[in-house]
Ligand binder design. Structure first.
Ligand SMILES: Cc1ncc(COP(=O)(O)O)c(C=O)c1O
Length: 405
């Protein structure tokens, strides 16, 4: 038997024992929308934003990282709750361009057309290299526009214990910190609209102390760069990296501790950061626990003593739950039988998808209530990096539906 990850708090069953999502039964949602289906609960997203606002200083603006989930109705809802969007491609930019919030655009390998689209739209480009800075300045000159340019800094430190480290190493992300002051000068001398710094060091951290240390180091680094450049950054994006519990024994992040520490860090910041506006950019922490992936069992079989529940979904929609999205060791996500949510676990079963590959594993040797063909499986923590991070074209299976409740 292998343990399942923790189901996010607050999920309950209706009188028939069916999982409720946003007050609606999973079976009702599946019958209305078909399966496989991603359901996103608006109230949970709003709750996370409210928790952030309560815990963090108002000087820290909240940005949403569109890469986590770019479902248009969800973007619409979240645009009314956050202070800005961070995008990673011209495709994502298009999705949020009409939502009337400040946008910044980070990511290596921006093509000339993407630079042009961003400059035309007045979006802040987070420059990832000297070469990209050259191309952005040349594009702006050709268009006769003043570009909004920030510099993504490759910091000399990383986020300790992060699921994904993006700092402290040689990297395609950002410009090495010791080269940043000279580039700031160059942008200012060129008459560009210098917007400040973007310092993103990692993702999926559950340890508050690691995030507190990182934010402290990040603010200090911004102060040193400002000092060496002789200019105060109008904005400093402090990154994010707030994680959610996916696996057994994961503990939720102590948000209040991180917020309280940032109050202190910002209070004690250097003089040259006094006018700076700070931002935290979050994806999975805002939307991850709000999403449930529902997939229906199409076959039940016993093979050499093992029970397999074969579903109509799989890794083509929910790659991360299969363990193939950056995990070193495969572990089970939180998974339940949605149509028997009130029942006790009775048997060890392995839940698989419909793809013809052994990688398509949704829950391995998990204790679950007895389930049969027609039952629904719920995979929790599916609101972030579900469809945006899955190989949807693989093996020609139908797309998943999405619905916001
Ligand atoms: C630059 C940048 N911003 C934001 C994010 C979002 O991270 P998360 O969804 O873990 O908050 C990432 C994730 O890789 C990133 O690279």
């Amino acid at each position: 038997m292998k343990p399942l990850g923790p189901i996010p708090p607050g999920f309950t069953a209706d009188e028939g024992g069916h999982l409720l999502i946003g007050g609606r039964s999973a079976e009702y949602l599946a019958s209305q929308n078909g399966t496989p289906l991603f359901v996103y609960d608006t109230a949970r997203i709003a709750d996370q934003v409210a928790r952030f606002r309560a815990a963090f200083p108002s000087e820290a603006k909240l940005h949403y990282a569109v890469k986590a989930n770019s479902y248009a109705p969800l973007l619409d809802v979240i645009s009314k709750l956050v202070d800005g969007f961070d995008v990673a491609s011209a495709g994502e930019l298009e999705r949020v361009a009409g939502l009337r919030l400040p946008i910044s655009f980070a990511g290596p390998g921006k093509r000339d057309e993407e630079l042009e689209a961003a400059i035309r739209a007045g979006v802040t480009l987070n420059l990832e290299s000297q070469g990209e800075a050259d191309r952005a300045l040349a594009t702006a000159a050709r268009l006769g526009q003043t570009p909004s340019l920030a510099i993504r800094v490759n910091p000399p430190f990383g986020l300790k214990g992060a699921g994904m480290k993006m700092g402290g190493l040689g990297s395609q992300f950002g410009i090495d910190h010791d080269r940043v002051p000279a580039l700031v000068r160059r942008l200012l001398d060129a008459g560009a609209g210098w917007q400040g710094l973007h310092i993103y060091a990692g993702s999926q951290a559950l340890n508050a102390d690691a995030l507190i240390e990182l934010q402290c180091e990040t603010v200090a680094l911004a102060g040193v760069i400002a000092e060496e450049a002789g200019a105060s950054p109008p904005h400093v994006n402090l990154g994010g990296g707030f994680g959610i519990p996916y696996f057994a024994r994961d503990e939720p992040l102590d948000l209040d501790a991180v917020g309280a520490a940032l109050f202190k860090t910002l209070k004690n910041r250097s003089e040259n950061l006094a006018p700076t506006i700070f931002a935290i950019e979050l994806g999975r922490w805002l939307v991850g626990e709000a999403g449930v992936y529902l997939t229906r069992i199409v076959d039940r079989k016993i093979s050499r003593g093992r029970t397999f529940l074969v579903t109509d979904g799989g890794l083509h929609h929910q790659l991360a739950a299969s363990g193939n999205f950056g995990q070193l060791l495969r572990r089970n996500y939180p998974v339940a039988i949605a149509t028997r949510f009130a029942a006790e676990p009775q048997e060890e079963a392995t839940v698989v998808g419909c793809l013809c590959t052994p990688l398509d594993l949704l829950a391995d040797e998990a204790m679950l209530p007895h389930a049969d063909v027609g039952d629904l499986v719920a995979i929790f923590c599916a609101g972030a990096y579900g469809l945006t991070a899955s190989p949807t074209g693989f093996l020609g299976q139908p797309p998943a539906a999405e619905v916001l409740v």
